[in-house]
Design a protein around this ligand. Structure first.
Ligand code: NAP
Length: 473
């Protein structure tokens, strides 16, 4: 590691740690006001931000304006989370001298960790980038952030950081570093207390390895690869399945972590034929970066031995990629595991044809973890005849299970869970989207027999903040 790069990375980390002391001491209600000010600033500067992102990502005005709005709404959600107060998970057990053994007064709540390092994603230049979900949830928790910009959109990253900083009480609360070389010194800096990452399996594994070499390995929350299996049961409407699948597969040129990469359809009933027609009518586009494009082409080579079901139209742009869908029977698919269940990031998918739905649960249990898994059927009764096994197998596979819907599109809400077993994420207990994503940056502290005046207000007897608390069980 170059000492010059380490020195450059250390500056924003140290500045963030210093600014973080006042930020964590700022009452949650005041932090909420700051988060709303950031939301306002992002919307106010949307006209300047989206064109920069469009030059770097080719994602287009409508998508990018929508993403700025989503990013602002994430800041507003976390303002609501802070005002609600339930996020600190306050629990109070009063002393009980009559218990055996006698019990002291114990009061527990969640507290901010410290500086959070964030590796922003390539495919959402706003919503999963400098001002994305990792950053806002960490700031809400009371943690300052240093972002490693994604090199697919460096100017968008600078412009977004400038807008966010205008609204922060101290601009050092949001640091930004660039360049591949800055990743290692960032995650190994002693003042960094946790890392959020969205990217490839290889990149995430490398960062995890760097963290493991620290004298004090810190929590790592990586969102990596996902094939998002879809099970189409015999009662589903083939035309609706085909249209929905083609739209979901090609959204954003397939560059979504929630892209449906594996679809299990009945051999009979015209499902594969309907999918072939719908995909042939889709239009592709230019991929986000050369590196992602090359990765997609490598992924296609892996699928080359399979029968081609459909190819979409590339569209007019130079270097545009078309959707590609392959097909295989269930038994041959099983023979090709685990390779055939690896993510191919882009508009590619495998349609797996089955004869008997009874065979599905065993195959589903052999798939790697995913962010989502979906079932399509016209009636819940169609899951019967497998002793409920399809439902159970699907539920064990992914962090979000979808009924008669498509996985692309992740609502930002209180209940959302965007996570899943390895390799979808490195920690299946947590989410990177939604209100509970704040928990990644918090750690519990139990105060035993602490004087009321020294307790955080969240745990004081009078409950001055009026937050929800669990008292005496
Ligand atoms: P990537 O290659 O893993 O890069 C992600 C970030 O990590 C980038 O900032 C990259 O730096 C950095 N990085 C990667 N390896 C590193 C290492 N060994 N040391 C230090 N820093 C390292 O991911 P990507 O460029 O976004 O490539 C797209 C892939 O990410 C897709 O194939 C897809 O599988 C995955 N992806 C997943 C999700 C999800 O939500 N799960 C979302 C988007 C993408 P540089 O930019 O400087 O190279």
């Amino acid at each position: 590691m170059s000492s010059e790069v380490a020195r450059i990375v250390a500056m924003p980390v140290e500045a963030a740690a210093a600014a973080g002391r006042a930020w964590r001491a700022t009452p949650a209600a005041d932090r909420a006001i700051v988060l709303e000010a950031v939301a306002d600033a992002l919307l106010k500067h949307a006209d300047e931000l989206w064109p920069v992102a469009d030059e770097e990502t080719h994602l287009g005005e409508a998508r990018l304006r929508g993403e700025v709005a989503r990013t602002a709404s994430q800041f507003r959600l976390f303002a609501d989370v802070l005002r609600d107060g339930g996020w600190v998970d306050a629990i109070i057990d009063h002393a009980d001298p009559t218990a055996t053994p006698p019990r002291p007064d114990v009061r527990r709540m969640l507290r901010p960790l410290g500086v959070v390092a964030v590796f922003s994603a390539s495919n959402f230049p706003f919503a999963f980038s400098v001002a994305g979900g990792d950053t806002v949830s960490a700031l809400a928790a009371g943690c300052p952030v240093v972002v490693k910009a994604h090199e697919g959109h460096p100017r968008t990253s600078d412009a977004t950081a400038a807008v966010v900083r205008q609204a922060l009480p101290d601009p050092a609360l949001l640091g930004l570093v660039h360049g591949f070389e800055s990743g290692a010194p960032l995650v190994q800096h002693p003042l960094v207390t946790a890392v959020g990452f969205t990217g490839s399996l290889a990149g995430g594994t490398a960062i995890q390895g760097l963290i493991a070499k620290r004298p004090d390995p810190i929590p790592f929350f990586g969102e990596l690869g996902s094939v998002n299996p879809v099970v189409v049961l015999p009662s589903a409407d083939p035309a609706a399945v085909a249209t929905g699948f083609a739209g979901s597969l090609t959204l954003g040129v397939g560059q979504f972590c929630t892209n449906p990469g594996l679809v299990f359809v009945p051999e009979e009933g015209g499902y594969a034929e309907a999918i072939a027609l719908a995909v042939a009518e889709t239009t592709g586009g230019v991929m986000l970066t050369d590196k992602i494009h090359e990765g997609y082409l490598r992924g296609l080579v892996r699928l080359d031995g399979l029968e081609r079901l459909a190819v979409g139209q590339a569209g007019p742009s130079q270097g545009a990629e078309a959707a590609r869908v392959f097909t295989i029977g269930l038994a041959a698919f099983v023979d090709g595991l685990p390779g055939l269940a690896e993510e191919c990031f882009g508009p590619a998918a495998i349609v797996v044809k089955y004869l008997d739905k009874e065979d599905l649960p065993d195959v589903l249990r052999r798939l790697p973890g995913s962010l989502t898994a979906s079932i399509h059927a016209s009636s819940p009764d169609d899951t019967a005849g497998t002793s409920g096994d399809i439902v159970e197998a699907v539920t064990g596979l992914a962090g979000r299970v979808i009924w008669n819907g498509w996985p692309t599109g992740v609502a930002v809400s209180w209940a959302m869970h965007h996570g899943g077993p390895w390799p979808a994420t490195t920690n299946a207990q947590h989410t990177s989207v939604g209100a509970t994503s704040i928990r990644r940056w918090l750690t519990p502290v139990a105060y035993q027999d602490w004087p009321d005046a020294l307790l955080p207000p969240e745990l004081q007897d009078a409950n001055p903040l009026g937050i929800p608390r669990r008292i005496a069980g």
